[in-house]
Design a protein around this ligand. Sequence first.
Ligand SMILES: NC(=O)c1ccc[n+]([C@@H]2O[C@H](COP(=O)([O-])OP(=O)(O)OC[C@H]3O[C@@H](n4cnc5c(N)ncnc54)[C@H](O)[C@@H]3O)[C@@H](O)[C@H]2O)c1
Length: 273
Amino acid sequence: MASTEAPQARLQGRVASITGSGQGMGESIARAFARNGAAVVISDVNEERAQRVADSIIGNGGRAVALRADVTVSADAERIAQAGVDAFGQLDIHVNNAGISQTRLFMETERGDLERILQVNLVGAFICAQAAVRHMLPRGYGRVINIASLSGQRGGVGRAAYGSSKAALELLTKVMSVELAASGITVNNIAPGAIATEMAAAQHDQATREAYHYLIPQRRYGTPDEVADAAVFLASEEARHICGHTLNVDGGYLTAGLMFSLGNSKAPAAPSV
Ligand SMILES: NC(=O)c1ccc[n+]([C@@H]2O[C@H](COP(=O)([O-])OP(=O)(O)OC[C@H]3O[C@@H](n4cnc5c(N)ncnc54)[C@H](O)[C@@H]3O)[C@@H](O)[C@H]2O)c1
C-alpha cells in the first residue's frame, strides 16, 4: 500500500560539511543531505568541481557554499568548519569523505606511498574532525561520519597502505565516539564495499571487477546514492543512540561465507561485469 505521508526532510535546519564532495560519494552525500533540508559546505582540492556541485544544489533550491580545501592542511581544516558557521550560523554534521586509494603489493609499496595515503585518509580526517567538533562542543550536538572501507576490515591484495589507513580510521572513530558521546556528539563509520565511482573505475581492472561480482551476494557494485542514504540515516535523529558503529554498505560482501547452490539459495552466477 502506498504511503500517504509526505516525505520527511530528515536534516531540516542542520548544517553539514562533506570533504572531497566535488565528485563521487562525497557529491552524492552532499546532494542527499541538501534534499533532506540541510545546508551544505562543499569542499574539495578541486575548486571547480566543488563550485559546480554547490551551484547545482543551489539551482535545485538547496543551500550550499563551496570552497577549495585540502584536508591535509591544518588551516584548510579550520576553514572547512568555519565555512559552515560563517555561511549558515552553525555546524552540526561533518563527513570525512575525502580519500585517496592505491592498489600495490606490500613489497612494492614505498614508504612515500604509505605516508601520502595516511596523510589524506587518516591525518586529514583527524584534523578536519577536530576542527568540526570544536564548533559542535559548545552546542552539545553533533554528528561525525567517517567514510572507511571494507579494505580496512579484510586483507585485500594490494591494500597494505590503503587498508591500513581505513583500519586506523575505524579505530579513531571508536575513540572519538567514546570520548564525545556524553557531549551529544555521535561518531560513526560507513564502510562501503565496491562502489561504482571514478575512484573504483581507476583502481579496479577487469579481474578485480570479476572478483567482486563473484564475492558480493547481491552480485553488483553499490551506487554512491546507496552510500548517501546510509549517511543521511547516521546524520539523522533516528541514529541518535548509535555510537562508534561501522555500517557496512557492501551488498553482503563482508557477511558472506561459502556461496554454493543449496535449497533455495542461488549459486554464484558466472562472473559478469
Ligand atoms: N569507490 C569505492 O569503491 C570506495 C570503497 C570504499 C571506500 N571508499 C572511500 O570513499 C571515499 C570517497 O571515494 P570516491 O570513490 O567517491 O572517490 P573519488 O576519487 O571519486 O572522490 C574523492 C574526492 O576527494 C577529493 N580529494 C582527494 N584528496 C583530497 C584532499 N587532500 N583534500 C580534499 N579533497 C580531496 C578528490 O578531489 C575527489 O573529489 C574515499 O574516502 C574512499 O576511500 C570508496
